[in-house]
Structure formats: C-alpha cells, structure tokens
Design a protein around this ligand. Structure first.
Ligand code: SF4
Length: 357
C-alpha cells in the first residue's frame, strides 16, 4: 500500500525548507538532510547522524525516505545494466546504466508506458499507465548510486556521471515532475549532475521545447527518424500534430543550444524505410541553421516488430553524406541488446497492472 506521508525526495531544496518551517523547525536543517540523502545515500532518517534523535523522529513522523523495490537486476555481456523498479502501487519501470571508459549514462524513464505509439519502439506498444512522480524519477538516480556503490565517492570516481531521459515515456508530457526531479538531481550540494551532463529526449512536443531550454538548460535530443512528414506521421505519430517544419523551427530557436552544445537528432536506421542516400541529403537540408549533430541508431529488434535494421554498408553510406556536409554523424553501438536494454527495447512487464484511461 502506498504511504500517505510524502517522500522527502519529492521536494526541491526550497520546498524542503518550507516544509521544515511548517513543522516548527529551522530551515538551516535543510543542509544536513540534503547532505544525508543526496551525498551519503541515507535510506532512513536514523542514518543522518548530523541530526539529533528528536529531529530524526520528527521527520520520520511526517515523511518517508526509502527506495523503490528492485524487482530485477540484469547485466549485459557488454556491462550495460538494466533495473526493473517497482513502486508502492505495483507499477514498474525500467532504467538502464550504460558504462563507458571514463563515465557512464543512466537512461531514466518518465512515464509508465507511453501514449505516443512510435511504431519502431517496443515501449510504444504499451498503453500509458501514468506519469511518474518526482520521487519516482529521482529514485532511479538514487538506485543507480546504491547499486554502483557510489555514495560518498568523488565525482571523478563515479560511473554514473550523466543522465539521459530516453527511457520509457515522453518526458515533455510529464514536464512539471521531470523539471522538479532534474532540479533535485542537478543540485550542486547533492547528486550534483550538471545540466551539461543531462540530455532530455523528446519525440517533438513543440510547445514545451522552449521551456526546457529556459527553465532547465539541459541538452536536447530529438527523436527524428524521418525527414518527410508522410513517413514521420507513421513512425512518430505525434508528427501529425507538430509537423517537421514546426519541430525544426523550435530546434532552431532552442535557447540552450550553441556550437559547443549541439542538439542531438536521433535517427533509427530502418531497412528500406528511411535509410536511402536521398533521405540523408534531405536530412542535411532540413538541419541547416540548427546547431545539430546526428546519432544513427541501428534498429534493435523486439518480438513482433515489423522492421529490419539497415545493413552496415547502408548506415555507413548514410553517415558519410551527413559527415561530408559538415555535421557529425555517430553510428551508435548497440548496448545491452542481449537483456532487451537497448534503445527502443524497454518495456516493463508492468502490463499486468495496466489500467486504461
Ligand atoms: S520512442 Fe519514446 S515517445 Fe516514441 S513510443 Fe517509444 S518511448 Fe514513447
């Protein structure tokens, strides 16, 4: 049963100060609480040694502080790790840790399921169950620190250095909670993952893009996948509402983009669908005037899907055209595909608890 008490990880530092004052406490207590939770990794108020016993008990009377249950912890042969988290109401999401040589990105989810039904994406075959709360988004970062034993370590010794919002769900359909959670994750006295190390990926919720740049200033990624409206309407159906010229216009005006901080355009390579040389040339034409770089993603299969991945030669030819035009086009290595943790493969087995809206 979900607790009736709010979890303390749902509050920004300012909100926490207000809550403490409402309890008759001094707001200076925010500092030890914040340090205990986000630097030391406390999972119980009694573990925050810099608080008096009286204050520990008072906080425990009014708030919860715990962790989501890890139902499954899978490790891929390439070191990618996938966690299935269960929340108190029984719903589940996946998050994926992708370690690299000297850093690593934690891919987190923002919704249980997704409304957008992109046809190449496994998550898109789930119905939307609900948005994640602030606590549930932050929980994914706390869980990674727990599992990687990174509490109290110097940032340079941590694997979880970056966050990407590319897991289950469309983050801009849950903007308020995503925004608050990212402010908590970015706080320099806590988890301290800077805006330059966070990437938010959207399928193209155009009216929200400017707010992401102004309010959060994080890196932006666009799930593009097609360069003509007719095909994009099919692959990424939100395109019917916000067609390419509107989406690319919002990217051109994105406040947090610069030469040094380019917008990433994700492009899944689907054999015979979107992978011709003509598509590559049209992509170059469409990106003009945008601080852009392109990630080419070899499509990752999932059961029942109607697509095939483009051949290696085709992907390389596509990349060459983009590179020759002066844009970077990285061919993304598939990570974690043996545990269904690769891009577009996430789908929690929470469907047993799906409620249709
Ligand atoms: S690609 Fe993203 S927005 Fe599209 S269905 Fe999958 S999770 Fe949803």
């Amino acid at each position: 049963m979900p607790s009736l008490k709010p979890d303390i990880t749902g509050f920004t530092r300012q909100e926490l100060a207000k809550k403490l004052i409402e309890l008759g406490l001094n707001s200076v207590l925010v500092k030890p609480v914040w340090n205990g939770v986000y630097v030391k990794g406390a999972t119980d108020f009694s573990q925050i040694a810099t608080l008096s016993r009286k204050h520990q008990l008072l906080l425990a009377d009014h708030f919860t502080l715990g962790r989501s249950t890890i139902v499954r912890d899978l490790i891929s042969r390439d070191g990618t790790r996938k966690w299935l988290l269960q929340f108190p109401d029984g719903h589940r999401v996946e998050s994926v840790m992708i370690p690299e040589q000297d850093r690593g990105a934690l891919c987190i989810s923002s919704q249980v399921g997704c409304t957008l039904s992109c046809t190449f994406c496994h998550t898109g075959t789930m119905k939307l169950v609900r948005n994640l709360t602030v606590t549930e988004i932050v929980a994914q970062a706390l869980n990674a620190r727990d599992k990687l034993c990174e509490w109290g370590k110097k940032r340079t010794d941590c694997v979880c250095t970056n966050i990407v919002l590319m897991g289950m769900g469309e983050p801009l359909f849950n903007f308020d909670n995503v925004s608050t959670a990212l402010k908590i994750i970015m706080d320099g006295d806590g988890l301290g993952i800077s805006r330059r190390r966070i990437m938010l990926s959207t399928a193209g919720v155009v009216p929200m893009i400017k707010r992401v740049g102004i309010e959060l200033g994080v890196n932006l990624a666009i799930s593009l996948h097609a360069v003509h409206d007719e095909l994009r309407d099919e692959l990424v159906p939100i395109n019917k509402k916000y067609p390419l010229h509107e989406l690319l216009g919002a990217c051109r005006d994105y406040p947090a983009a610069s030469n040094a901080r380019r917008i990433t355009f994700e492009y899944v390579m689907l054999k015979g669908v979107n992978d011709s040389d003509a598509d590559a040339r049209e992509l170059v034409r469409r990106l003009q005037g945008i601080h852009a770089k392109v990630n080419l993603i070899p499509w990752n299969p999932w059961p029942g899907a109607a697509y095939q991945c483009s051949t290696r030669d085709r992907i390389q030819s596509f990349a060459r055209i983009i590179n020759d035009a002066g844009y970077s086009a990285a061919i993304r290595a598939s990570r974690g595909d043996d545990i269904m943790a690769a891009c577009g493969q996430l789908k929690s087995d929470s469907e047993h608890s799906v409620v249709t809206r």
